[in-house]
Design a binder for this molecule. Structure first.
Ligand code: ATP
Ligand code: MG
Length: 407
């Protein structure tokens, strides 16, 4: 891969342009990072109001599979990435015929399908040192029956659709064989995995960037708190989890990225389970072939953000080892914040929040607030962990945010 240098102009007089499939908030923060470095940007997303489309130099408003849209994107851009994990792998393949695409269609395809994803985790368990939760694939009535008859160890469990799940969608918790059958029917009998419900003591994720040449850099693991299956809080500071576990998680994520031959930003999510050992056991949950919500704190707390690294990796630039300069807590802002207890719309009290020291507000430019919709996030940084926690608690109180009760 020949590096695409920021600010360079080709023979046709075109300034170096980076493209992204998908126009959500991750694409928007990618666009910001690319533009800061001096690139022009192009976003492909059908939505005229997409958060990234609104801030990009070019916005191609077609479906992800539209041949004309795809060829417009590859004509404009010297390298292309994705921000949206359900982008059709076929579209990435088409783009890759013309331009470097990172991450590639094959790895995105694996991450899009829990069955393939788990098979990959199993295939590299020897080098990563982690396995996933016990599970069974359910694609047919016969498999459902076999699980009901032969795998009582998987119950209680969580039935998850193999494809298109996010933020806890496409998941049903089941206690027994009857509930399992009902849940599979409710999910339309599509390909699923049944995962054993594990006794989680914590969750964490690791962000890894890998270049075309195999160079790897990573951030220290962040500890994540989910509420109703959606990320609510990320704790990013030294001591956020036992050092031994943090090292294992980091090594595992790097091994997984290498094993995939991955290029770009990868996020690997882990469970910490109570297995009777001192710090608990580490289990790999899933991976996202893109920057991740749990890495948003890097924008304010690190000298290089996950979006900077996404840009560097896809463009073939060197990958700087990021350094975190401040402890941080990230609070997700869902649409719920724009409604009071009676469901009446309200404007969040930004005045009060922004008066607190070290609060960094990021709103994604979404016009309509809806319950559960990711509208933005707040990162709190400070000189030490105690003051960050204090401000985070105060912020959560002001905005009625969940997930901080335990700190
Ligand atoms: P994401 O938004 O991260 O893509 P998702 O919809 O793909 O989420 P998962 O990460 O599989 O879903 O699960 C969402 C949350 O549900 C997890 O973060 C965890 O809190 C809980 N969970 C999932 N699987 C299990 C399990 N096997 N045992 C216990 N809790 C689980
Ligand atoms: Mg998840």
């Amino acid at each position: 891969m020949n590096p695409v240098f920021p600010g360079s102009v080709n023979a046709a007089g075109q300034m170096a342009t980076l493209g992204v499939m998908g126009g959500g908030q991750l694409g928007r923060m990618f666009v910001h990072a690319a533009q800061r470095l001096g690139y022009l940007t192009a976003v492909l997303d059908p939505d005229a109001q997409s958060p990234a489309g609104l801030v990009s130099h070019h916005h191609i408003q077609t479906d992800y599979n539209d041949p004309a849209g795809l060829s417009q994107l590859s004509d404009l851009c010297q390298a292309i990435t994705t921000e949206f994990e359900n982008v059709p792998a076929q579209a990435l393949q088409t783009l890759a015929q013309a331009r470097p695409v990172a991450p590639g269609a094959a790895v995105v395809g694996i991450a899009q399908n829990r069955i393939e994803e788990k098979a990959h985790f199993a295939a590299c368990a020897d080098v990563s040192g982690v396995t996933c939760a016990p599970y069974a694939v359910i694609e047919t009535q016969a498999q459902l029956q076999a699980v009901q008859d032969e795998r009582p160890d998987l119950l209680p469990g969580i039935l998850k659709t193999a494809r298109l799940g996010y933020d806890g969608k496409g998941q049903v918790r089941v206690k027994n064989a009857a509930e399992l059958a009902a849940a599979w029917a409710e999910l339309g009998g599509v390909a699923c995995v049944l995962e054993k419900m594990l006794p989680l003591t914590a969750e964490c994720s690791v962000l890894v960037a890998r270049g075309w040449d195999g160079q790897v850099v990573s951030f220290a693991p962040q500890r994540n708190v989910h509420v109703d299956g959606i990320l609510a809080v990320t704790h990013a500071y030294e001591g956020n989890m036992p050092t031994a576990l943090a090292t294992r998680a980091c090594d595992a994520a790097v091994a997984i990225a290498h094993h995939l031959g991955y290029v770009g930003m990868l996020c690997v999510e882990f469970f910490v389970v109570d297995d009777g050992s001192e710090h608990g056991g580490l289990v790999v949950n899933e991976m996202a072939p893109r920057p991740h919500n749990s890495g948003h704190y890097t924008l304010n707390a690190c000298d290089v953000s996950q979006f900077d690294l996404q840009v560097h990796a896809m463009a073939g630039l060197p990958l700087p080892q990021p350094r975190q300069h401040s402890p941080a807590i990230m609070l997700n802002l869902l649409g719920d914040v724009w409604f009071d207890a009676n469901g009446q719309p309200r404007e969040p009290d930004w005045q009060a929040v922004l008066r607190l020291p070290g609060t960094h507000l990021h709103l994604y430019g979404k016009v309509q607030a809806r319950t559960g919709r990711k509208m933005g996030h707040l990162t709190i940084t400070g000189p030490d962990v105690a003051s960050v926690k204090t401000v985070a608690r105060r912020t959560a109180d002001l905005l009625h945010l969940p997930g901080l009760e335990a700190i």
